[in-house]
Each structure stands twice: as C-alpha cells, then as structure tokens.
Write a new protein. Sequence first.
Length: 273
Amino acid sequence: MFSTDVVHRVATGTMPPPPVTPLSTRLTRLVIAALTVLVLVYAWHEAEMNPVQLWRDAGNMATLGADFLTPDFTDWDVYVDAMLETLAIAIWGTLLAVIAGIPLGILCADNVSPRGVAFVVRRLMDACRAINELVFALIFIAAVGLGPFAGVLALFIHTTGVVAKLFSEAVEAIDPAPVEGIRGTGGTWLQEIIYGIIPQVLPLWISYALYRFESNVRSATVLGIVGGGGIGMTFNETMRGFLYSQASAILIIVVLTVTLLDVLSQNIRKRFI
C-alpha cells in the first residue's frame, strides 16, 4: 500500500523526478554489452557453429536416429561384463582417492595444519584437479599399457584432488569448541583430529565420497574410449564399426546402471547420513 504522502504527491503532480543514471554508468553498461556481443561472436566463429549443416546432413541424422531407436541386445552379456569392469574401475579409483584424500584434505585445512604446509598441499591438489581424467588416462596408458588399470590410476589421481578440496572445506567449517576442549585436556594433535574433527565431518565426507563415486562411474565410461578399459572401449568399437543399434544398447545399459546407483546412493544418504 502507498502512503498518504505519496498518493498526495502523485495527485498534485509534485512527485520528484526519477533518479538519472550517471553518464559514466551508462557508458560502462554499453561497453560491457558490446564486449559480451564480441565474445559471443568470437566464440561462435571459433566453435565453427553451423546450424545449416544440421539440415544439410538431415539424412545421415535420420539414419543414425533410426538405428539408435532399435537397440540390439544380442551381445548383452558382453555389454554387462564390460559395464561391471567399468564399475570396478570406478570403485577402486574412488576408494584409493578417498583413502589418500583424508590425510591430504586435513593437511589442506588452514585451521588444522600449518599455513605453509596447507599452501603446498593445496597447490599439489590443484594440479591433480586441473588435469582431466582423460589426460591422466593417456599418460598412464603410455606407462602401464591399455586396460582398466590405467583407468583406475587416472581416476585415482584426479579424484584425489577433488576429494581433498571437498574434505578440507568440511574441516574448515567445523565447530572449534570440541577441538579446543580436547586441546585443553592435554590431547595430542592426532587426538584432536580423531575425536574432535572427524566425528563432525564424517557425514559430509561420506556424502562427498558417494557423489564422487557416481561421477566416476560416468567418467570411467569415457575413459574406455581412449583405452582405459570398461564399457567405453566396447562403445567405441561399435561406433567405429557403424553398429549404431549395438551402441544404443550399450548406452541404455549405462543409463540404467547410473540410475540404479543414484537411487542406491540416495537411499544410503537418507538412512545413514
């Protein structure tokens, strides 16, 4: 509701004029808008955006779509076995990352470890996190050869960087009172961590670990395309052989697996976290 004074001013025409935007502000907004347009135009050119090609290749896309809409599960046992290998890659990549991420995450936390140590460990974790799993997979394939072990190592290194950051942020957000209480009774640094920090952050840590496992299942399917084992290798072979119906069946198995894992993870969070 408007006040009586405002209504009176409107009725008598004595309302003050609206504030005028300064010229500098208007010019700044104009420059930002122009830069935004330039960036979008440049990105369009660099990405080689060509919507006309969708119409030009409509026949190929129709053939591809028709094949994908008729999945072929003739070799379902091969696909399931490859999916189980992908799950194994994700399980071990995540487990090793969580084991390494616990001490590294604590060392990254400013409220627990010395500032110099935290800075060095954080930069190391930044490096692990900045490099994509695919790049790590190519490196480890060159080192240990094709197969799921290279995929496990790639997920392990990258996920360690992610998990350590998430774990350290949980540690930095704790209530300091329990830690100070343990310190006041003469507890050691290790006892402060075990009895004062871990009980507070454990539910978050478990939630983060489950989330990263779900993400790693999806990542493991991609690692197989470059030779990291799992169902990605099988999918790559079908696509290279233009066996799109078999490729569709593989994608359906992947989607069903990820969906089941998501439901399972959600139930675990609700019941135990």
